[in-house]
Design a protein around this ligand. Sequence first.
Ligand code: HEM
Length: 133
Amino acid sequence: MTEEDPIITSMAYLAASQDDVTPLLYERFVRRLPEAGAMMRHMDEHMLGRMMGDLLVLVMTPPDEIEPDYLAFEVSSHDAYGVRPEMFAPLLAVVRDAAREATGGYWNADTDAAWNARLQGICAAIDRVRAPV
Ligand code: HEM
């Protein structure tokens, strides 16, 4: 039997908790990092939906399976929008926190550890593809 992946299970709780997670993630991200709100004000629901969709896929991807060229493309295109690499971590934390709230009693120390390892892994992958400054 395949072992259950706590990230995928808690993401399924999150998906089941909302018709559309985009507004929730967007509002929380902007509350957490108001500077991002100013950068994202022009984005319509479709653009935001594509961004949040890609974000969720990224979070569900084990960091060693993330395509470095894809990540490098996102980091550099975002750099062109004025998004600094340090702004990715608070967005990832918003996804984790929303998933934690949606899972209720399912969340335990193992789930927490799996999420923290996942977010650290993604941030390390982002650091690896950052252009030298
Ligand atoms: C891993 C995290 C992220 C992923 C996967 C991601 C993905 C995307 C994608 C796919 C788009 C293009 C949407 C379209 O099809 O039009 C986009 C646009 C954008 N993203 Fe992100 N994004 C991430 C993080 C961030 C962060 C941290 C910010 C901080 C403010 C940000 C700000 C923006 C902005 C301002 C645009 C619009 C750019 C434009 O005007 O064309 N993103 N993002």
